[in-house]
Structures are given as structure tokens and as C-alpha cells.
Design a protein around this ligand. Sequence first.
Ligand code: SF4
Length: 356
Amino acid sequence: MTSDVEIKLDIPQFQQDLLDWYEIQKRDLPWRKDQTPYKVWVSEVMLQQTRVDTVIPYFNQFINKYPTVYDLAAADEQDVLKMWEGLGYYSRARNLQSAVREVVEKYGGEIPSSPEELGKLKGVGPYTKGAILSIAFNQPEPAVDGNVMRVFSRLLNIKDNIALAKTKKTFEKYVRKMISKQDPSSFNQAIMDLGATICTPKSPGCLLCPVQEHCIAFAEGIQEELPVKSKAKKQKKVPYTVLAIKNGKGEWFIEKRPDHGLLANLWQFPMVPMKEVEPSGIERWMLQEYGLEVSVGKKLGEVKHVFSHLIWQLEIHIAYTEQDTSDDFRLLSVPLDNFDAYPFPVPHQKVIELIQ
Ligand code: SF4
């Protein structure tokens, strides 16, 4: 691919300085021990929107349980979601599993090394594709995320707004020009490490930086002003009353979320949308919506959960019912001891803590 961007720094020397530093300072991460395409894929999917420290135990458990594409392809989706419980952004797990199934069915279990085939797999966007191709297949492909854009915007003094989708394409062009053709795997990982440990969003550690002498932002003293990023839209606040409903057998009513959209196929306690329901109308709403006659008891606590586009404001109440079961297909009554069999999103795991 041709690039129409101009770069003023000494690219071979920059690569050398970066790779020398990486050789000595690289982070000891479990997915770096044996960089198979599958392990790189799983780690990169987990690392999207999630911190490295959080990902490490999840990655180890996941690879332990599903060591190959065949194991993951054959797994029950609910078990995979259970392994993902707490990591958030659950569509990542569902997409990963359907893509891995495609790898088994269409490519005989071999993850494709061509950008076209890899990029067509479900959930494999430009970043994940670039990470797998460069790290596992040693191809000089860019893997550009927010961290990489931050580092390059400072190095090259690029003032494009990184909140705009088209800016990523511009940075891909820069990375294509600067990436080491001899060792693209280490190059991309070195940039990731630099962004995570030295060229951090606030107070970058320029004095310790291995590529400081190449950095235009440092030379001009403007490193803290970059990257340019327009403010994200404010998330909408959505209030709910969450009912932890106990029946006469001491079991709790939980429901499975729809199989598409937010937190698809995860389990939760019934949620009453308080933008539509008066506090005095909760019991009537439960009867109409779920056919469950409940009496609402005391408040157990409040939970706030921030998604990328909205915020759940949850007020948790205990509730009681005489009914052992419900005719509603979504609801199930389950003893507390059996909750382990169901994947719950983080805000509802907090409800479980409140009723224990
Ligand atoms: Fe980032 Fe500072 Fe290094 Fe430039 S010198 S790349 S701003 S840490």
C-alpha cells in the first residue's frame, strides 16, 4: 500500500532505539511466552477496553480451559460467557467464539495469515487483525489503537483529532512507513509497551523515553497537549429499580437477557425502568410484565454502572413472592448456591453480593 504522509525523523535509527529498549525492557506477559496466533488473538480481544492487570488472570484461566481453537469452538456459549464474567463487553466473547468456529469449519483450524481472510472473521477489526498479523505472523502491518495514536501523535506532532474514525487511517499510514520490516512483531509490541509504561496519557516519562531524541512534541515541550481528542458525548443516565425477588422455597428469580444487544445472553435480576414506572407502580408493573405478584421490601443498596454510551443507576430492593415459578419464559428461580452456573454482568454480581 502506498503512503502519502511525510515523516521527518530518522526512521532506521528510531527503529533501532525502540527495538533495543524493547529487548531489555519488555513486559513479562503470559501471552508473550508462546506467541501462537490463537493466544495473540485471545489476548488482544481481552485487552480491548480492559487493563493489562485485569486481563492476566482471565487470559490464564481462559487458555487453560480452551487451549486450542477446537476447544473454544466446541464450548457451550454460556460457559464461555461465564469465563468472561466481569471483563465486560461480552459481545467480544461471543464474536471470538463464532470466529473461532469459522476457523475450524472453513480453515481446518488454522487461523488465516492473509489480511483479507483474517479481516472477514467476526469481531476481527483493523486493530486485532494488525496485531495478529504483526505479532504472530511477523508481517509489517499496523495495529493502531488509542495508545498507538497517542505515541505517534507526540512523536510526529500530529494534531488530527483522534476521536474521529478517519484519523485511525492516517495513523495507519504513518505506522506503515515507520514499522520495522525485519521485526514488525517486536516493533508493534514495543510501541504498545512504550504507550503503556512511558508515553502515558498524563505526565509522560519523557526523561526515561528511549526515543526521546526523535520526538517532536518533546522538543517543542507540547507532549501534554497531544493527542488532540474532542470530548466524548455525555452518556445518558438510565435509572432502574432492580428486584432481588425471593420465593417461599428461598430461591431467587433471575432472567436471561435477549440474545442480541447490550449484555446479550447474560443473566440478571429483573430490572424495572424507572423512567417509565412510578415508584408506587412497581408491583403492578411486575405483575403485568412478568406475571409475578411481588411485594417490594427495603432498599439494599445502589449500584452505578458506566457503559460507553449510557450509565445504569440501579437501586436494589429485596422483594418477596408466594409463587415458586413464573410462566414468563425469561424467568428462572434458582437457589443462591447454583448462581455459579450462570454468567452475570458486573452490576448484577454486585446485587448477588448484597443478598448474600
Ligand atoms: Fe512520549 Fe515523551 Fe517519549 Fe515523546 S519523548 S514519545 S512524548 S514519552
